[in-house]
Design a protein around this ligand. Structure first.
Ligand code: G6P
Ligand code: ZN
Length: 543
């Protein structure tokens, strides 16, 4: 086996976005494209030689080929040992768990999350550091600059490694350990949650439905929900991970998890429904004919955390991304714990978690998690909810209604305009930014503007600054609208408009969110000229 130095030329478009490098599979399949990016990662890591890395992905098309390339490149770059999930599978939170548990140097996760998979769809790759979390911008920017000047990469000349069985092999002096992708993660869940109480709940007349959407969480749900917690097999849907996710779009929300939503809204609906996304880090929580917004979910988990063994001692603090509703802030204030507002992107929670400033984190984009790993975690959220239902004996709806009665309700909705023309979307944002100074203190319809700015975050731990993270227009009555462009799309631009209104009166807390927010929705279009700039009459996804 010899190690080769392959001459190459830089690709100009390898800047990692919100969550790593995401492109069409065909882009990754261009000669040298993946290799260049992987070499740029290796070149940006000091002291990699002889270290252990974790590698795994969500099982989508090109996962296996990419892993074989990464293994050969790692061997040629002097990596000491690789832990790789059997069949190349590791959910994103499980990868984070394995990196932490075995004190690895870092890990490479292959996923484009919830984006569709297959030869004509998406692929992605990202690097996670020793804390188990996505690399901070300092490192992703270093990877990007390296990619701009790369002129060769190293790869071993060798055949494919058999990933279908657990065990150890050698590859050019590097050890490859094929590990069970579920074991370590399931063990961690048993430490955090009261499995006995959840088992009693699931074996009673409580019914549940979990949709793995033909993506990575299928094997995890089978092991944890069925084998360890005794839920009947019929509780699970679409558990076989497929390379093209059966042509679906495994994003757990009201639009893309339609089949599950229909089941939960039928006459004979089960008590609890949940889904996770392509790589297992997102979650959607449903009750019988009831949808829990991710923002409310974070607030409810925060308020009730001490009912769960892993959080019985209380929380150090809570963090949410800026566009996430302010529901959790109210709970934090009541509990007397800290509350942080970060830019969109799970990586911004890493420093706060590492420094012990916060225990729970959440994002409106169906992400919830805690200090147990450094990624958001779909099944963790499901187990957290099940633990709360088991302990309180309440239904999902009751738990949320009681929460609103105590803390008030933050009506919330996100309107997405997907795949719009990039130029129009950028013009909209630019025009909005220009108007910010003139909006200060003005009345817009029935609302008075309290602040209008472009969110800037200074990390309280390392003082790094992230500018232009989204336009916020906040009103004196606590309502808010936020505009930003998605950092995870692979086609055109996606405009996200986030709308929020606070309602303290329990008699007014049970309206449909779109109705309750209608005034703000109209105002958002007026202020930003959404229809004019995007040419769209309506959003493509409403969550
Ligand atoms: C991924 C990230 C999240 C982020 C979400 C939406 O799931 O891990 O942190 O909130 O994408 O990001 P976007 O930039 O598309 O709004
Ligand atoms: Zn994901």
């Amino acid at each position: 086996m010899s190690s080769l130095e392959i001459p190459t030329q830089p690709f100009p478009d390898q800047r990692p976005g919100t969550s790593g490098l995401r492109k069409k599979v065909r882009v990754f399949q261009q000669p040298h494209y993946l290799e260049n990016f992987v070499q740029s990662i290796f070149d940006s890591l000091d002291g990699l030689e002889g270290q252990t890395l974790v590698v795994g992905g969500d099982g989508r098309y090109y996962n296996r080929s990419a892993i074989q390339i990464i293994l050969r490149m790692a061997a040629a770059n002097g990596v000491g040992r690789i832990l790789v999930g059997r069949d190349g599978i590791l959910s994103t939170p499980a990868a984070s768990c394995v990196i932490r548990k075995y004190h690895c140097f870092g890990g490479i996760i292959l996923s484009a999350s919830h984006n569709p998979a297959g030869p004509d769809a998406d692929f992605g790759i990202k690097y996670n550091t020793a804390n188990g979390g996505p690399a901070p911008e300092r490192i992703t920017e270093a990877i990007f600059s390296r990619s701009r000047e790369l002129d060769r990469y190293r790869i071993l000349e060798a055949g494919d490694i058999d990933l279908s069985r657990t065990g150890s092999t050698e590859l050019g002096g590097m050890t490859v350990d094929v590990i069970d992708p579920v074991d370590d993660y399931a063990g961690l869940m048993e430490e955090l949650f009261d499995f006995d109480r959840i088992r009693t709940l699931l074996q009673g007349d409580f019914s549940l439905r979990f949709d793995a959407m033909h993506a990575v969480t299928g094997p995890y749900a089978e092991e944890i929900l069925v084998r360890r917690l005794g839920a009947p097999t019929r509780s699970l849907m679409h558990t076989v991970p497929l390379e093209d996710f059966a042509g679906g779009h495994p994003d757990p929300n009201l639009t893309y998890a339609r089949e599950l939503v229909d089941i939960l809204y039928a006459d004979d609906a089960p008590d609890f429904g949940a889904a996770s996304d392509g790589d297992g880090d997102r979650n959607m929580i449903l009750g019988r004919r009831f949808f829990v917004t991710p923002s409310d979910s974070l607030a409810v988990l925060t308020a009730n955390a001490t009912l769960v063994p892993g959080y019985a001692e209380g929380l150090k603090g809570v963090a949410r991304s800026m566009p996430t509703s302010q529901a959790a802030d109210r709970v934090a204030a009541a509990l007397g714990i800290k509350c942080y507002e970060t830019p969109t992107g799970w990586k911004f929670f890493g420093n706060l978690l590492d420094a012990g400033e916060v225990t729970l984190c959440g994002e409106e984009s169906f992400g919830t998690g805690s200090a147990h790993v450094r990624e958001k975690d779909g099944l963790w959220a499901v187990l957290f909810w099940l633990n709360l239902l088991a302990v309180t004996g309440k239904s999902v709806e009751q738990l949320v209604h009681d929460h609103w009665a105590t803390y008030g309700r933050n009506y919330y909705s996100r309107h997405d305009y997907e795949d719009v023309e990039s130029e129009g979307a950028h013009t909209l944002m630019q025009a909005l930014r220009q108007r910010l100074p003139e909006l200060q203190g003005r009345r817009l319809g029935e609302h008075e503007v309290a602040y209008a700015d472009d969110f800037r975050y200074e990390d309280p731990i390392d003082q790094s600054v992230s500018e232009a993270q989204g336009v916020r227009i906040g009103f004196s009555d606590g309502s808010r609208m936020v505009f930003r462009l998605s950092g995870t799309g692979t086609q055109g631009a996606t405009l996200r408009v986030y709308l929020e209104r606070y309602e303290a009166d329990p008699d007014q807390q049970h309206q449909d969110a779109q109705t309750a927010l209608a005034g703000l929705i109209r105002l958002a279009d007026e202020v930003a000229g959404i229809r004019t700039h995007t040419g769209r009459e309506a959003p493509s996804v409403i969550t």
